[in-house]
Ligand binder design. Structure first.
Ligand code: NI
Length: 183
């Protein structure tokens, strides 16, 4: 089942997502999230982006290149333990903010604790692009969007385009739900 992806401006994207009760069977939801993400050609998707305020996100950064194969994963109730190393900039995009890409600086390394779908706890380290994809998705469950990192000047430049996204006044080739759509 493919969910509509919630667009910029929806309050669910700005709120800290809620912890999931231990033992909850998330397999069907996660399968549907992967189906939704692949249909939109994304490399990551967080539960708030399908309107669910849950601390859950998925990634599959394979299209981003070498070393990112076999990283199809779900992170349940993740906690970022630390972020380390120098900041580096990369042009990020987001399925909730179509057609806008901007440079975001993030630290190069992370340590994260999370549960898998069998509710086994893991602690793992990632760096480079894998870390970045996880940082972007983790931000979603904290209610943070990549546009929040932009300068006031950049935000003012993007304001009308972001407003159009909220209204659905854009062309996008996957299903979306627009918070300010006219009926
Ligand atoms: Ni995103």
């Amino acid at each position: 089942m493919i969910y509509p992806i919630v667009a910029y401006g929806d309050p669910v994207l700005k709120k800290r997502a809620e912890d999931i009760e231990k033992g909850t069977d998330l397999r069907e939801l996660v399968d549907n999230m992967f189906e939704t993400m692949y249909a939109a050609h994304g490399v990551g998707l967080a539960a708030p982006q399908i309107g669910k305020s849950m601390r859950l996100f998925i990634i599959d950064p394979e299209p981003m290149g070498d070393g990112l194969e076999d990283m199809k994963m779900a992170f349940v109730n993740p906690e970022m333990i630390e972020e380390l190393g120098d900041e580096w900039a990369f042009e990020e995009g987001c399925l909730s903010i179509p057609d806008i890409r901007e440079n975001v600086s993030r630290q190069e390394k992370i340590r994260i604790r999370y549960y898998d779908l069998d509710w086994n706890e893991h602690e793992a380290e990632y760096d480079g692009m894998a870390a970045r994809v996880i940082q972007h998705e983790y931000d979603h469950i904290e209610g943070v969007l990549f546009t929040d990192y932009l300068s006031g000047f950049k935000k003012r430049l993007l304001k009308s385009r972001l407003g159009k996204i909220s209204k659905g006044d854009i062309s996008v080739d996957y299903r979306m739900k627009f918070p300010a759509a006219k009926r």
